[in-house]
Design a protein around this ligand. Structure first.
Ligand SMILES: NC(=O)c1ccc[n+]([C@@H]2O[C@H](COP(=O)([O-])OP(=O)(O)OC[C@H]3O[C@@H](n4cnc5c(N)ncnc54)[C@H](OP(=O)(O)O)[C@@H]3O)[C@@H](O)[C@H]2O)c1
Length: 399
């Protein structure tokens, strides 16, 4: 009988492909692999343009192949890896070839909707997919979950909140679950009035109080759009109704997710805010592995606080919850508009409050034009994604 990767008895290393290797998730993952080299066989590392970062990581992790999506960076990567024994390729086709290689585990950590096609292509029979990329579930949740089911693949959530819920959600007793609760730190502007938020700068918004993450997700945390995306993701990951999903603002980020059962039990997963814990959970599942994260010292922490989210001060969360109710391609449009608006904010073309304003305007336009229908395939999702991006760009230019 073939043993699952990560089980103690299984001495053969887990063959792993990492999509988005040079990002924040990718680097945390690389740290864990480097500490346990005998447990992993790195089949391929994939990034977009960062030839220097990818080459360094490929050598450090003894990867067999390094792949850049941007073809124009191929030469740079090839020069850096010359003589290293690491195979090099580049271009969209090369990324799709890489996910086709024999592997037990694929980590999907590309940022943005660019992650959709390669992660969908990575779903194969018997494979385990550790998913960090949000867009796969936000933009194409039904398609993605159908593909996972049809392939008989196994999906493990990397994001700390979903991973927390995954750890305390008893699938065999899903009918006895009353509520699934995602916690949110509230971001750097948790106590700000709307007036105060009008003038915040990208530098202020990029200072997350607890988590160290990529820039897009950090801004999404400041607007609380990120929590909205996570609720949408949870609606696909867990067998619950929309009205069973809730959000609690918890500034200490010690409790990451909770599941309430019909007997009144409320189970929570807790830990320090360090992505290496949920990533390690996915790497070693169904067992656990040593991770050198700071241990949560509850006595030192003293107090844990919780509050309801304020949908008036954080309209992005409201927009996400509305898009989930509308369904179809509404979450894909929401995500695309957000991606463009966040970039414009980071480039100081629009203000912080313009982010939700732009998204709301674009969603209303698309809804009015009857464009938020069900998607049949990834092509439908990407077409709507492109349209929402264009409309958001127009809204921004008209400011
Ligand atoms: N960071 C977190 O703590 C965290 C937590 C939960 C969920 N997530 C989700 O995980 C995903 C990754 O987040 P992150 O914070 O790690 O992002 P990040 O730091 O911005 O890194 C993004 C990675 O994706 C690669 N990439 C971008 N476009 C690509 C393309 N077209 N083809 C191939 N690779 C491409 C980048 O390569 P280059 O370096 O070459 O540009 C980089 O390796 C996001 O969806 C995020 O929402 C992140």
């Amino acid at each position: 009988m073939a043993l699952r990767p990560g089980m103690e008895e299984d001495r053969s290393p887990v063959r792993i492909i990492v999509l988005g290797a040079t990002g924040s998730i990718g680097k945390s993952l690389a740290d864990l692999i480097a500490r346990n080299p005998y447990r992993f066989d790195v089949v391929a590392l994939v990034a977009n343009q960062n030839a220097a970062g990818l080459a360094e990581m490929a050598v450090r992790l003894k990867a067999r192949r390094a792949v850049l999506c941007d073809d124009t960076c191929r030469k740079d990567l090839a020069n850096r890896l010359d003589g290293s024994g690491v195979a090099v390729s580049a271009g969209e086709g090369a990324v799709l070839e890489a996910v086709d290689l024999e592997a037990d585990l694929v980590v999907g950590a590309i940022v943005g909707s660019a992650g959709l096609k390669p992660t969908l292509a990575a779903i194969k029979p018997g494979r385990r997919i550790a998913l960090a990329n949000k867009e796969c579930l936000v933009c194409a949740g039904n398609l993605f979950m159908d593909r996972v089911r049809q392939a008989g693949a196994e999906l493990l959530p990397v994001d700390s909140e979903h991973n927390a819920i995954f750890q305390v959600f008893e699938t065999a007793q899903a009918d006895l679950v009353e509520k699934v609760i995602l916690t949110a730190s509230g971001g750097p502007f948790r106590t700000f009035t709307t007036r105060e938020m009008a003038d915040v700068t990208p530098a202020q918004a990029l200072k997350h109080p607890n988590w160290d993450m990529g820039s897009r997700i950090t801004i999404d945390s400041a607007t609380m759009m990120n929590k909205g995306f996570e609720v949408i993701e949870a609606s696909h990951l867990f067998p619950v109704r929309h009205d069973q999903l809730g959000v609690l603002v918890h500034p200490q980020s010690a409790v990451h997710g909770l599941v309430q059962y019909k007997d009144g039990s409320l189970l929570a997963q807790m830990g320090s805010p360090d992505m290496r814990t949920p990533i390690a959970h996915c790497l070693a599942f169904p067992r656990r592995m040593d991770v050198p994260v700071k241990r949560l010292d509850l006595a030192a922490l003293g107090t844990l606080t919780f509050e309801a989210p304020d949908l008036d001060r954080f309209p992005a969360l409201r927009l996400a919850l509305e898009a989930m109710q509308v369904g179809g391609t509404a979450p894909a449009a929401l995500n695309a508009a957000d991606e463009v608006a966040v970039e414009a904010f980071l480039n100081e073309r629009i203000g912080f409050l313009d982010i939700p304003a732009a998204i709301e305007a674009v969603l209303q336009k698309l809804d009015g034009a009857g464009r938020l229908a069900a998607a049949r395939d990834a092509g439908d999702v990407l077409a709507l994604d492109a349209e929402a991006r264009r409309k958001t760009g127009e809204w921004i230019s008209a400011r």
